[in-house]
Design a protein around this ligand. Structure first.
Ligand SMILES: [Mg+2]
Length: 237
């Protein structure tokens, strides 16, 4: 299988090169760069953490040189590759009976744009990424070991795949859910995850996946109770 793979972690690059020798694996420099944090003043997501350059112009030039070809595939890590920081402060899910309420960034008083502005390294880089993905005719896969890319499950409330998809779609609006491959479910071995994806496709059917927008279900309960009480009253009077 021929594809380009971008990741900031050397072991992931080595693993992929071994299992997919015909792939082109590009190591993204993880070292921190000097950032003018004034751009992020007032951003509610602002954190004191280092940023790297991430996937940038020089890597885009590599893609341009590798394309055009038939059915090209580009596989991206997320943390410190498409984003420029390690990790996402993902809103956790709240238990609701036997189900889970999906929290969003908005529930934590910030917008998707606030979060992307910071973790993608500022508006200039966002514009660069957006224009790259808009003009690049290739299948895009995001292969991340970040646990929050996993479907919501009661075992780990920080799993929040729907919010993760929103982040990706901020720069790639046409991104398909099936192309977000959670390496975390394959013990972090990215080649294993990708092999399974190529053979079977990533399916979420066997994994608990309860998505309820916050404030949705409680409203529904109230309505039901009201209806039932009304019915009872109607019978008595
Ligand atoms: Mg990474």
């Amino acid at each position: 299988m021929e594809f380009m793979f971008f990741d900031d972690m050397k072991p992931n690059i080595e693993d992929m090169e071994l299992v997919f020798p015909s792939s082109i694996c590009v190591h993204i420099d993880p070292s921190p760069v000097k950032i003018d944090f004034r751009e992020f003043e007032g951003n509610p997501y602002l954190k004191e953490m280092s940023m790297n350059r991430g996937f940038h112009e020089e890597h885009m030039a590599m893609v341009d040189a590798w394309l055009p070809r038939e059915n090209p595939i580009l596989v991206f890590d997320w943390d410190k590759t498409l984003s420029v920081v390690e990790g996402i402060d993902m809103p956790p899910c709240d238990p609701w009976g036997t189900r889970w309420l999906q929290n969003t960034f908005e529930d934590y008083n910030m917008t998707l744009e606030n979060v992307c502005h910071f973790i993608l390294g500022g508006y200039a880089r966002i514009a660069l990424l957006k224009s790259f993905f808009e003009r690049t005719k290739a299948k895009i896969i995001v292969l991340t070991n970040n646990p929050s890319a996993c479907p919501i499950s009661k075992e780990n409330t920080s799993y929040n795949r729907p919010e993760f998809l929103r982040l990706i779609r901020f720069i790639i609006p046409t991104f398909q859910e099936k192309d977000l491959v959670p390496g975390h479910l394959y013990d972090g071995i990215k080649s294993e995850a990708l092999k399974d994806y190529f053979i079977n496709g990533f399916t979420i059917q066997n994994i608990p996946y309860y998505v309820r927008v916050k404030n949705g279900p409680p409203l529904l309960i109230k309505k039901r109770r009201r209806t039932r009480r009304k019915t009872l009253r109607a019978r008595f009077f």
